[in-house]
Write a protein that binds this ligand. Structure first.
Ligand code: SF4
Length: 331
């Protein structure tokens, strides 16, 4: 799969494969994933739980721990730098200033024994080179940017004194304090209730405009995709199966799996029955031969059971790729 619009690409992931080697066998968590993120855009990496989204992000940051995890192959190019070729000691410059990650669980990511102000200040000192009062001023400014009321007072609060939504705002402030080239948001709202979720998403949209950040947004929620993303990459069983812009996703998706999940949403919106894709998600330790989706696919033909499909460029311009022998909507 070759990206044709290469001019504005800030991050490119090529043929990334990561496995976990357990006593029971190899779990192929990420299997030959390639995609690019353009400067200033929000690309959503979408898939159900266990499809390989988070492991893809952790691999990009070289945070997969051996044993049992291992990056088997691939390349990650961030702003012209090959991340996997860097000595491990230089990864501290990539994590933060290069790619900063907002995790799902803010409570487990914040240090309970330090005030939130100190934690933001530390990120400012490391990544922006500011010190003392200047760094503190910047930390308070960051609290204001993520819409924390009375930032001067809140600077002295400990994480346990804040609500879940506030804690996630602090995580966003810490990530933005690194001034990352790419902000990776890994289901940042999944532990929050619906109202707070909407507030955090609105905040991220506003910040995206104000700070001109490039975002890789990991989610399994297509409602969030519609609100946040410019383009979408769909994952299934550790593989990337379709990539296109958001309009195409909702109007003209071509992979039977994508079509299936889109169908569930449409059915629910129209008050109909939930259109669940038949069959179970695949066992990553015993993946089917051929197309990984074939046991669940209503369009499956003989070739699908034996031959893994390659990518087809449906747009002819490199904007819409699908991994299927018989893409739907093919002109
Ligand atoms: Fe279905 Fe065959 Fe396409 Fe796989 S390759 S999604 S089985 S039609």
């Amino acid at each position: 799969m070759e990206e044709t619009k290469t001019k504005d690409i800030i991050l490119s992931v090529k043929d990334l494969s990561t496995s976990f080697f357990l006593r029971e066998g190899e779990v192929k968590a990420v299997d030959g994933v390639s995609f690019s993120v353009r400067k200033g855009e929000c690309l959503a990496l979408v898939g159900e739980s266990g499809s390989g989204k988070t492991v893809t992000a952790l691999s990009m940051l070289r945070l997969v721990v051996w044993p049992p995890g291992k990056i088997k192959s691939g390349e990650v190019i961030l702003d012209g730098v090959s991340v996997f070729d860097l000595p491990m000691k230089n990864m501290k410059d990539v994590r933060g200033k290069g790619m900063a990650m907002i995790l799902q669980e803010p409570m487990s990511s914040l240090n309970p024994s330090q005030t939130i102000g100190q934690q933001i200040q530390e990120a400012v000192e490391i990544n922006q080179g500011l010190k003392g009062e200047e760094a503190k001023k910047k930390a308070i400014e960051m609290l204001g940017i993520v819409r924390i009321p009375s930032p001067e007072k809140r600077y002295y609060n400990y994480p346990h004194e804040l609500s879940g939504g506030m804690k996630q705002r602090i995580m966003i402030a810490i990530a933005l304090s690194c001034r990352p080239k790419v902000l990776i948001a890994d289901e940042p709202t999944c532990s929050l209730d619906v109202t707070i979720q909407a507030q955090i998403l609105r905040l991220m949209q506003q910040l995206r405009k104000e700070i001109d950040t490039t975002i890789l947004f990991i989610t399994s929620d297509l409602g969030i995709v519609a609100e946040m993303a410019d383009r979408v990459a769909i994952m299934y069983a550790g593989q990337l199966i379709e990539i296109c812009d958001v309009f195409t996703l909702f109007e003209n998706s071509a992979h039977p799996y994508t079509k299936g999940i889109m169908g569930s949403i449409t059915a629910m919106k129209e008050g109909g029955r939930l259109n669940i894709i038949s069959g179970d998600p695949p066992d990553l330790m015993a993946l089917p031969s051929g197309c990984k989706f074939h046991p669940r696919c209503e369009y499956c033909q003989e070739i699908c059971k034996t031959e893994e499909p390659g990518y087809t460029d449906l747009s002819g311009t490199g904007d819409h790729w699908v991994r299927c022998h018989f893409p739907l909507n093919k002109k």
